[in-house]
Write a protein of this length. Structure first.
Length: 122
């Protein structure tokens, strides 16, 4: 059985993620100069680290990618994080476009066959 997100947060990957989120939030307590950047840093961090690797990825893959991205974040390898994020976004856009085209083809095929009332998942 696949783990849910609460179980992931209880593992090492989740604990390191929560520790880093706490650190980023705590920056504003240390110095006033971090207050304007704190929310932006937190948003960027969460978007880069928690992005799903693919449309149908499993929780086991999520843990693997969170660990890898947390290492990159700690090593300040932001270019790798951004590059991976852009590659995933491009791949997801292509798959969404292909799904839309296949839905159109299925609709046209059903209409040509005269199956107007047939329920579809379009």
């Amino acid at each position: 059985m696949e783990k849910n997100y609460m179980q992931i947060l209880r593992e090492k990957a989740g604990k390191t993620l929560i520790a880093e989120v706490s650190r980023l939030i705590g920056l504003s307590n240390c110095s006033k100069k971090w207050v304007p950047l704190e929310i932006h840093m937190l948003q960027v961090f969460l978007l880069l680290v928690l992005q799903k690797p693919s449309m149908k990825s499993k929780n086991r893959e999520h843990v693997k990618y969170i660990n890898k991205r947390m290492e990159w974040w700690k090593q300040r390898k932001l270019q790798e994080l951004i590059s991976e994020s852009e590659a995933i976004k491009t791949k997801l856009n292509k798959s969404a476009k292909n799904k839309k085209q296949s839905d159109r083809k299925a609709f046209c095929r059903l209409m040509l066959q005269g199956q107007v009332k047939r329920p579809t998942n379009l």
